[in-house]
Design a protein around this ligand. Structure first.
Ligand code: SF4
Length: 169
C-alpha cells in the first residue's frame, strides 16, 4: 500500500528532468506532465538519475548491458555504448550512488523508467542495439532490488489503485 507521504525514489526523467541520453525527459512525462508534477504534493519524492550520478554526460551515446545486471554488479559483465566503449564503471557507480541516496532517504518504494540499462525493471534492451528486449533489470534497479527495496516501473505505478485515487483531481 502506497500511502500519501510515502518516500519514493523516482527516475528523474519521469518527473521532467532532461537527463536521458537525448537530454530529454521521459516521453510519459511529456504526455501528462500535470500527473507527474502532482506527485510532489502527495509523496516525498527523491528524483535520481543513476547514469548522471555515475558520471556520464548528457546527452550521451546510448548504452546496453552485455550480461545480466547481477553479473555486471559482481564485476563479471559489462555495459557498452553503441560505439563499443566500456561504460561499466559509470553504471556500477551510478547504481551505488542511487542505493546510497535511497538508504539515506529511507525510501519505501522505487519507481523506475522501464527498459533503461540503469532503471529498467522487468525488461531491458538485449545488448544488440537493435531494439530487441530481454527479461531483466537495469543495474541500478538490481542494486535497489537486492537491498530489499520494492521496485516498480512507471506503468505499474500508474496502475496502482491507491496512486490513481491519490492523484485524482
Ligand atoms: S538513468 Fe534512469 S533516470 Fe537517468 S535518464 Fe536513464 S532512465 Fe531516466
Amino acid at each position: 500500500m502506497i500511502e500519501p507521504g510515502c518516500r519514493i525514489l523516482i527516475s528523474a526523467c519521469l518527473v521532467g528532468c532532461k537527463c536521458n541520453y537525448k537530454a530529454s525527459e521521459a516521453s510519459i512525462y511529456a504526455s501528462d506532465a500535470a500527473f507527474w508534477d502532482r506527485l510532489f504534493r502527495i509523496y516525498q519524492l527523491l528524483p535520481v538519475c543513476p547514469e548522471q550520478l555515475g558520471g556520464m554526460s548528457t546527452p550521451r551515446i546510448p548504452c546496453e548491458l552485455q550480461a545480466s545486471s547481477g553479473l555486471v554488479l559482481q564485476g563479471c559483465g559489462c555495459v557498452l555504448n553503441r560505439e563499443g566503449l566500456d561504460t561499466t564503471d559509470c553504471f556500477v557507480k551510478g547504481a551505488a550512488e542511487a542505493l546510497r541516496l535511497a538508504t539515506l532517504h529511507g525510501v519505501e518504494l522505487a519507481v523506475l523508467k522501464s527498459r533503461s540499462p540503469s532503471c529498467g525493471v522487468n525488461e531491458i534492451y538485449d545488448g544488440t542495439f537493435s531494439g530487441g528486449l530481454v527479461r531483466g533489470s537495469g543495474v541500478a534497479a538490481q542494486a535497489l532490488l537486492s537491498s530489499g527495496i520494492r521496485v516498480v516501473d512507471e506503468l505499474e505505478f500508474c496502475k496502482m489503485p491507491e496512486v490513481r485515487l491519490a492523484t485524482r483531481l
